[in-house]
Structures are given as structure tokens and as C-alpha cells.
Design a protein around this ligand. Structure first.
Ligand code: PLP
Length: 394
């Protein structure tokens, strides 16, 4: 019984530190309108930035895909689970982001945790932004390369670390849009450093793909790096469960890099391929993204609206121009209490606590989508200001 008692004590200490996480079950589909425990809420939680997750055209494409290819792939890609439609999707993704080739993965977590060990190993060095996503952190640890974490978005500190390294192979690894802060990595500076120090640059564009850049081609396109003479150094990860509204991820880059990843990425090789029906639906999603300027403009207008209306004093809006608009509060318990007060007002905003963010920087993570109404965004901003004024969760 001792092991079980220990586990229970650890769970109790999560409660004590206001760190216990709870799932809320939504009775509706992914949209700003949610129903939780019978209560109607407006959700500011999803990464469905363009409002595609419940778009009728994608549901139709998914059903069409299932009719044509059935439910499952039946095997891993390198055995017999790879289909024409997977090739078609990879070609479309590569063309869309302006790379020679792309490889389709089941999830972004699998892509990130798999490609770093395929690109670096013992004797190599990985240089990672402190605020990188957990999937990159795990991939970096699995690689057995030596790990150097640099202060957030600090190119000068990274330059010094790279200069001091004698590693054979060097990898710079960064989120493009940081998932809990909403700000952008200095991609042009990072590519310059990669060139100067002969390093690879792995960019995880989970939150930029579909949203940033011309036609939503992502943060690398927005930074104008696609045509850089040494763009071959960039290994680009995009995920397909956020703006693309479905599930999955891809890694794109130089054809030889992608071929190497296909051979060596364990999270690609040793897992059942994602259902081909998903790939069919993702092709439709890609068309909606490419022609989605109206959705992107709407999202941008809502971001501007939220920032204009949320004039906070003790709490702080982080400097983000993306759909991720965190409200920094600080203490875990206060953040939880504010999230609870918002819920009581019918507004669903997730409280993000350590270890997802550094200790003392608990926050509400507001995420906006093209499917929100301006009136709801304004109501959220006003409710936040009111809660701050009356002492919020204190
Ligand atoms: C969501 C996310 C991932 C993981 O992608 P999934 O497809 O959800 O597994 C990777 N990186 C970042 C920055 C993310 O926000």
C-alpha cells in the first residue's frame, strides 16, 4: 500500500499548491459557444484560430475521406499504412510553406519529440529558448545531445553560447510563436546565427501556421526567410490541430533533411499512420487556409479590439500581437480564483500555472479565434477589468 499512499499524498500536495488540473467536458463541438455541466459559456481557450474545427466543409471532407478510405491506416507508414492521399497532403504542405518536401506526423508532440533525436545525438549540442514547448524539451532530452537553454528570445546570449561550443553538430531550437506568451522568436536573427555558427535551425510554428504570413503560410514566410540562400538550414514544424482545425503535424525542409527524418525519426517509424481520411480532410483545410484572408482579418480585428478594451493595472497584458493574449497575474491561487469568477460570469478562460509556465508567472491564457463575436471579446475585457478592480481572486 505504501506506493499508493505516496501517490495520494502527491495528489494532495497538488491540491495544496493549487496545481491540480481538472478537465471540463464540453457537450458541444469546438466553437466559442460551449456547454459545460449544463451551463452555457463563451470559450476563450481553443487554438482553433480560424474557426475551422467545426466548419461544415471539413466535416463533409472527413466523412468523404472515411467513405473512400475507411477508418484506419492499418499499419505504420513504412510498412503498409502509407496511402496516395498522404503523399498528396505532403506535397500540398511543402508547396504551401515553400519547402522542397514535407513529412506528415500524427501529432505535433510526436513530430517535435521525434525529430530532435533524429537530428542530434551524443557529442552534438542543442541550443533552446527557455520558453520552448514541452514537446521540444522532451525531444531535446531524448536526443542525449548536450543542452544549452538561452534566455527567452535573447539572440546575443545565444550567440555567446554558440561561440563557446565545440560540438560537432549544433541545433538551434525555437517556438516561432511562444505558446504561453504569444510573442514571436527573432527568426531572422536566429537564422543569421545559424549561418555564422554553421548550425541547424528548428522552428516550431504550431501557432503561426495558418495564421501568420501571406495566405497563412506561417511565421517563417512572414519573416521573409523562405528565399534566404541558406534557408536549407531551417527545419520547419507546423501543426494541424490548431489553425488547420483537425489533427496532426508536418516537418518541412530540404529534401535530404526530410528523407533523413523519414528514415530515423522513431515517432514516425514506430507508430501506426494517421487515418488517410484525416489527410483527405486536411487537404480541404489547406484550401480553406489559403483562401482564408477574411478569417485572418477578422481574427486580427478581434485581437486589436481585446487589447484596446483590456486596460489593466495590477495584472498585465503581455506584449503579444497574436491570437494568444495572456493576462499575467502571478500567484497560482489568485489566477485560479479569477478563472473561477470568469466562469461564473459565463466566460471560459484557462488558468495556466507552473510547470507549464515559470513559477510566479501564473496567467490566464486568452485565445481568440475568427469565430468569436466582438461583443463577447469586449465583455471579456470589461469583466477582467471589473474583477481586477474589486480585488479579483484575492
Ligand atoms: C500544441 C503545440 C505542439 C503540439 O502539437 P500537437 O499537434 O497538439 O501535439 C507543439 N508545439 C507547440 C508550440 C504547441 O503549442
Amino acid at each position: 500500500m505504501r506506493s499508493l499512499d505516496e501517490l495520494r499524498a502527491s495528489l494532495d500536495s497538488l491540491d495544496h499548491d493549487a496545481l491540480r488540473r481538472r478537465r471540463r467536458s464540453n457537450a458541444l463541438s469546438c466553437a466559442p459557444q460551449a456547454t459545460v455541466d449544463g451551463r452555457a459559456l463563451i470559450a476563450f481557450c481553443s487554438n482553433d484560430y480560424l474557426g475551422l474545427a467545426s466548419a461544415p466543409a471539413l466535416a463533409v471532407a472527413l466523412a468523404e475521406g472515411a467513405t473512400r478510405w475507411g477508418a484506419g491506416a492499418g499499419a505504420s507508414h513504412l510498412v503498409s499504412g502509407h496511402y496516395d492521399v498522404h503523399d498528396e497532403l505532403e506535397a500540398a504542405l511543402a508547396r504551401f510553406v515553400g519547402c522542397a518536401r514535407a513529412l506528415y506526423f500524427s501529432t505535433g508532440y510526436m513530430a517535435n519529440s521525434g525529430i530532435l533525436p533524429a537530428l542530434a545525438g551524443r557529442g552534438d549540442a542543442i541550443f533552446a529558448d527557455r520558453l520552448n514547448h514541452a514537446s521540444l524539451v522532451d525531444g531535446m532530452l531524448l536526443s542525449r545531445a548536450s543542452v544549452h537553454r538561452y534566455p527567452h528570445a535573447d539572440a546575443a546570449a545565444l550567440d555567446r553560447l554558440l561561440g563557446a561550443s565545440t560540438a560537432r553538430r549544433k541545433l538551434i531550437v525555437t517556438d516561432a510563436v511562444f505558446s504561453m506568451d504569444g510573442d514571436l522568436a527573432p527568426l531572422a536573427e536566429l537564422l543569421d546565427l545559424a549561418v555564422r555558427h554553421d548550425a541547424w535551425l528548428v522552428v516550431d510554428d504550431a501557432h503561426g501556421f495558418g495564421v501568420l504570413g501571406p495566405q497563412g503560410r506561417g511565421a517563417v514566410a512572414e519573416a521573409g526567410l523562405g528565399a534566404h540562400p541558406e534557408a536549407w538550414r531551417i527545419v520547419l514544424v507546423g501543426t494541424l490541430g490548431k489553425a488547420a482545425g483537425i489533427a496532426g503535424a508536418f516537418v518541412a525542409g530540404h529534401a535530404d533533411v526530410v528523407e533523413w527524418l523519414l528514415q530515423k525519426t522513431r515517432t514516425y517509424v514506430y507508430t501506426t499512420a494517421a487515418p488517410p481520411a484525416l489527410a483527405h480532410a486536411l487537404l480541404e483545410s489547406l484550401r480553406l487556409i489559403e483562401s482564408g484572408d477574411a478569417r485572418r482579418q477578422r481574427l486580427q480585428a478581434l485581437i486589436d479590439c481585446f487589447r484596446a478594451h483590456a486596460r489593466l493595472q495590477r495584472w498585465r497584458l503581455l506584449p503579444s500581437r497574436t491570437a494568444i493574449q495572456p493576462v499575467l497575474i502571478g500567484a497560482n491561487a489568485e489566477t485560479l480564483a479569477v478563472a473561477k469568477a470568469l466562469l461564473e460570469a459565463g466566460l471560459w478562460v484557462p488558468a495556466i500555472r507552473p510547470p507549464t509556465v515559470p513559477a510566479g508567472s501564473a496567467r490566464l491564457r486568452v485565445s481568440l479565434t475568427a469565430a468569436h463575436d466582438e461583443a463577447d471579446v469586449i465583455r471579456l475585457a470589461q469583466t477582467l477589468m471589473h474583477l481586477e478592480q474589486i480585488g479579483g481572486g484575492r
